[in-house]
Design a protein around this ligand. Structure first.
Ligand code: NAD
Length: 477
């Protein structure tokens, strides 16, 4: 099928590349000329496993890039809208990008097409897109609007797209739903997964993607309600972690006990410094506004947001507890991305925490395997020093803070950590280490929802600049 995807950001690019992988002819559209130029040159603008491989496989064959929406619309039977839906100041979703794309599509339409919302949008957006298309002169018989929300996670976006828990098709006519089912057919009938060159996925048994057909409104609500529920799980376990700290319990044990109940499940029960990213924060606010505008005060959502914000403040309190005063302290920060596996720092709790620490007079030396360039844009490169690796970041620092759950960090050599740091202090916002291992390594260790590990009274290591004059061992370090 000929498909256009408008918006070649995180979702659009992954969806477009995966549709090409399924055998469709895809044209990706973006109004950012730099992005289109990069993609045409074969570069991948985001850090995402398997995406460079898919772009390489299909670029110039089944996958093309353009900034010309009219051309893309005319050659396509299905047009997916995957532009951003950022929050407005009042928390409502800013749908102006969606509206502008819809009115442009209306001006270009010359034969029957389906217009599919891929962006996360509030309930009734599909009705608004229909109205806007009609107001801009699109003949009613030439289009239908459907909702096909995307559930991929950054860090595993390609496999999430190709091996989904479900594909939600929200369409108000059978013919429109059938076109979408046709697009996803190689996933629904399992033929894609039988291909020898299929991207490997988490499925061990023969896999078939499940399609759930709903009304457009229900599909829009499914996406908002799913994100709100996941954020609720995170805030819930963070609140439980605070209680664990207050009573001396161990949140890991509590999570195991709760998560083994099949009605609850273990996923998303990981205490930390709260959720971030480009989706949960904005989607919660948009869902709350949509509910309120339709007459329901969804107070539970306010509480989820409050607990999440409090969790960052709680972490800052831990850093203060570990170091006493913060002014003039040099802190090594491991992790800048809002989660592991991505270079995305939008609404990253790590960035918010770094900003708060800098305000208190700390100097920061940071390391992240993928997100340093993007973090520099947000933090100002002159304000933060970026290190070449985790041990370099820790060299001579007063403490190490872990803010993103990159797997590499949990494999760090604890003896080297102790040797590199000025004070043997690790404040772990992601619970990457076992307290017993940290105690054995002689590190003072503060984590989330678990008892602190305080060894002997910490004795400061000599400052790095002193090392040269105190002997060969220090020089070897
Ligand atoms: P993004 O900011 O990475 O990408 C949006 C793209 O749209 C940008 O490249 C921008 O240049 C382009 N664009 C904006 N206006 C345009 C126009 N008029 N014509 C052509 N291109 C235009 O955003 P994203 O993270 O891909 O998110 C897109 C949508 O998908 C949002 O609604 C988001 O909530 C939703 N979503 C995101 C994720 C995620 O993990 N990022 C997951 C599921 C759903």
């Amino acid at each position: 099928m000929n498909i256009a995807v408008v918006g070649s950001g995180y979702v659009g690019l992954v969806a477009g590349a995966c549709f090409a992988e399924l055998g469709h002819d895809v044209i990706l559209v973006d109004n950012d000329p730099q992005k289109i130029a990069m993609l045409k040159k074969g570069e991948c603008p985001i850090h995402e496993k398997f995406l460079p491989e898919l772009l390489h496989r299909h670029r110039g064959k089944r996958l093309d890039f353009t900034d010309d929406l009219l051309v893309a619309v005319r050659r396509s039977q299905a047009i997916f809208i995957a532009v951003g839906t950022p929050p407005k100041e009042d928390g409502d979703a800013d749908l102006s990008y969606v509206e502008s794309v819809a009115s442009e599509i209306a001006g270009a339409i010359d034969s029957y097409k389906i217009i599919v919302e891929k962006s996360t949008v509030p309930v009734y957006t599909s009705s608004w897109i229909t109205k806007i298309m009609l107001l801009n002169g699109a003949p009613a018989e030439l289009f239908n609007v459907a909702s096909n929300p995307e559930f991929l996670r950054e860090g595993s976006a390609v496999t999430d797209f190709l091996y989904p828990d479900r594909i939600v098709i929200g369409a108000d006519t059978d013919s429109c739903a059938k076109i979408l089912e046709q697009i996803y057919k190689p996933m629904a009938n399992g033929s894609y997964y039988a291909r020898p060159d299929a991207i490997p996925g988490p499925a061990t048994a023969p896999f078939k993607a499940r399609i759930i057909c709903t009304s457009a409104q229900s599909a829009e609500l499914i996406k908002h309600a799913s994100n709100a529920f996941l954020a609720m799980k995170i805030s819930f376990i963070n609140a439980v972690a605070c209680v664990c700290e207050a009573v001396g319990a161990h949140v890991g044990q509590v999570c195991e006990g709760i998560g083994s109940d099949s009605r609850i499940g273990p996923r998303f029960l990981h205490p930390g410094i709260g959720y971030g990213g480009s989706c949960f924060p904005k989607d919660l606010l948009a869902f709350r506004t949509a509910a309120r505008e339709n007459g329901y005060q969804f107070g539970l959502l306010d509480e989820i947001v409050r607990v999440n914000e409090e969790q960052r403040i709680h972490f800052l309190r831990k850093v203060r507890k570990a170091l006493w005063t913060l002014k003039g302290k040099k802190l090594a920060v491991l992790g800048l991305a809002f989660k592991n596996g991505t270079d995305d720092v939008r609404e990253s709790p790590a960035i918010a925490i770094i900003k708060a620490l800098m305000k208190e007079g700390c100097s920061i030396i940071a390391y992240d395997p993928a997100a340093m360039e993007r973090a520099a844009e947000q933090l100002g490169p002159q304000n933060v020093t970026f290190a070449a690796g985790p041990y370099q970041a820790m060299e001579g620092a007063d403490a190490c803070l872990i803010l993103t759950e990159w797997e590499d960090f949990s494999a760090l050599d604890l003896k080297r950590i102790k040797k590199a740091l000025r004070y043997p202090i690790v404040v772990d916002g992601r619970n990457l280490f076992k307290p017993a291992d940290m105690a054995a390594a002689g590190l003072n260790y503060y984590s989330i929802g678990r008892p602190d590990v305080i060894g002997e009274r910490p004795t400061p290591q000599p400052k790095p600049e002193w090392r040269e004059i105190i002997g060969p061992e220090a020089q070897a370090a």
